[in-house]
Design a protein around this ligand. Structure first.
Ligand code: GMT
Length: 381
C-alpha cells in the first residue's frame, strides 16, 4: 500500500508512535510517505520504502500567523496525486484531521478518492481539542474521518464524553519494539550516573504542566532520604527552569542529572531501577511502556489510560494524582526489597510484550484494508 503519514515530528509520543509505525510498515513492504514540517526525530536512517516530504510555509509581511494548515493541505494534495497514495493516516487531531479533510475534498474534484484515518493521541482531545476555539473543527473533522482510532479505552471514552462523535472509535494500543527496548548491561553508563551503586530513578517527558514534574522531585526527595539514589531527568520543556530552581532550593543538585532530549532512549532505560510518571493525565504513557520493556517497573498516577498499561502491584504502582506520599512510600518499599524488584522487573517486561510492535502493527494494516475497500466500493457507485 502507499500510505501518507502526517504527525508532529518532535519528541512527543504521538510523533514517536507515528514514526515507528511508518518504519514498521516500510519494513513490511509498504511505501510510506511522511508529510511533516521537519524530519521526524526517530526517522534517522535511510530506508528504501520511506519518503519524506517537508511542508514549506512561505511567509509574507501580511501574515502575522503563517497559514500552516493551508500549506499542509496543499502538500498532502501534492503527495496524494504524485505519489498515488492509497490513504492518509494522520496522528493528533489538530490540525491534521481538518487538513486531511480539506485535502481529501480537493483531490476528489480530480476523481481521486483517498480516505483518511485519524488517530487520537491524548491532549488533542483532553486539553487543546476541548477548548471552544478548536472544538467545532475537531468534532467535524473527527466525524469526517473514514476511520478513527484511539490509543486506549480511556481516550476513546473521553472522546465520546467531550465531543458529539457519530462514528465508532477503534482502540489500537500504542506499541513498543521489544527487540530495541530490551535491557542491556551498560556498566560504564550506570557507573557514571550512580558511582556508588545507588538506585537510579528515571523520568522522561516534555516537561509540560500535565506531567507534574515537580511531583517527581518531591517523590525523589523522600526516596533519597531512605534509599541511596540518583534521579535522571530526560527531555526538555517549559517546566525545566522551575525544576532546576526546585532542585537547588532543596539541595538535590548533586543527585539529580538533567540529560536533555536523548535519541538513544533504550540505553537510558537500560540503567533505570524505577520509572516515575505522576501525570495529571496520560492517554496511554508510551514512555512508561518503553521503560517496562526495558524491565523498569513504573511508579505512576492512576490517571487516564495508565491503568491499562501499568498494572498495580505487578508491573509497578498506581497512586492518585498528586499523592506524592503514597508514590514515595511505594518507591521506598520496592527499592528496599531486591526480590520484589526482580519480580516486578520480570512482570513489567511480560506486560510490555503484550504491546509488542508485531502484535499491534497488523491491527493498523487490517484497518487500512477495510478503509480502502470501503472507499473503493463507495467510488464504484
Ligand atoms: O505526552 C505528551 O504531552 C505528548 C503527547 C503527544 O501527543 O505527543 O503524548 C500523548 O500521546 C502519546 C502517544 O499516543 C501517549 O502515550 C501520551 O500518553 C499522550 N499524552 C497525554 O495524554 C498527556
Amino acid at each position: 500500500m502507499r500510505i501518507g503519514i502526517v504527525c508532529y515530528p518532535t519528541y512527543g509520543g504521538s510523533g514517536v508512535l507515528a514514526t515507528e509505525l511508518g518504519k514498521a510498515l516500510a519494513d513490511k513492504g509498504h511505501m510510506v510517505h511522511f508529510i511533516t514540517y521537519q524530519q521526524p526525530v526517530r526517522l534517522n536512517a535511510f530506508h528504501a520504502n520511506i519518503y519524506y516530504h517537508e511542508v514549506q510555509v512561505p511567509t509574507y509581511p501580511l501574515f502575522d500567523f503563517p497559514p500552516y494548515e493551508s500549506a499542509l493541505s496543499s502538500t498532502m494534495v501534492d503527495v496524494i496525486l504524485n505519489q498515488h497514495l492509497d490513504l492518509l493516516h494522520v496522528h493528533y487531531a489538530i490540525p491534521h484531521a481538518s487538513t486531511a479533510y480539506l485535502a481529501k475534498q480537493i483531490v476528489s474534484k480530480q476523481g481521486r478518492i483517498v480516505p483518511f484515518i485519524t488517530t487520537l493521541h491524548g491532549t488533542d482531545i483532553t486539553l487543546v481539542g476541548k477548548d471552544k476555539t478548536y472544538a467545532p473543527v475537531v468534532t467535524f473533522s473527527i466525524n469526517e474521518s473514514d476511520a478513527i482510532t484511539a490509543v486506549s479505552n480511556n481516550l476513546r471514552e473521553e472522546t465520546f464524553k467531550s465531543f458529539q462523535i457519530e462514528k465508532d472509535i477503534e482502540v489500537i494500543y500504542n506499541f513498543v519494539d521489544i527487540e530495541r527496548f530490551k535491557r542491556q548491561d551498560l556498566p560504564h553508563f550506570r557507573q557514571a550516573i550512580a558511582p556508588n551503586g545507588e538506585k537510579i530513578l528515571l523520568h522522561v517527558s516534555n516537561f509540560r504542566k500535565v506531567k507534574r514534574v515537580p511531583d517527581v522531585i518531591k517523590i525523589f526527595q523522600r526516596v533519597r532520604e531512605q534509599v541511596p539514589s540518583k534521579l535522571l531527568l530526560v527531555g526538555d520543556g517549559p517546566d525545566r527552569p522551575t525544576i532546576e530552581c526546585m532542585c537547588r532550593e532543596l539541595g538535590l543538585c548533586d543527585d539529580v542529572r538533567f540529560v536533555g532530549k536523548q535519541e538513544q532512549l533504550e540505553d537510558v532505560m537500560s540503567i533505570g531501577d524505577l520509572f516515575i510518571l505522576p501525570s495529571e493525565y496520560e492517554s496511554f504513557g508510551l514512555a512508561a511502556l518503553e521503560a517496562m520493556a526495558s524491565e523498569v517497573p513504573v511508579l505512576s498516577s492512576d490517571a487516564g489510560g495508565l491503568p491499562e498499561v501499568n498494572i498495580h502491584g505487578q508491573t509497578g504502582f498506581l497512586s492518585p494524582v498528586g499523592d506524592v506520599a503514597s508514590m514515595a512510600a511505594h518507591a521506598i518499599a520496592l527499592l528496599s526489597n531486591e526480590q520484589q524488584l526482580a519480580t516486578m522487573r520480570k512482570h513489567a517486561k511480560e506486560q510490555a510484550a503484550r504491546f509488542h510492535i508485531n502484535n499491534i502493527v497488523p491491527q493498523y494494516e487490517a484497518l487500512y484494508e477495510r478503509v480502502r475497500e470501503k472507499a473503493a466500493a463507495a467510488a464504484s457507485y
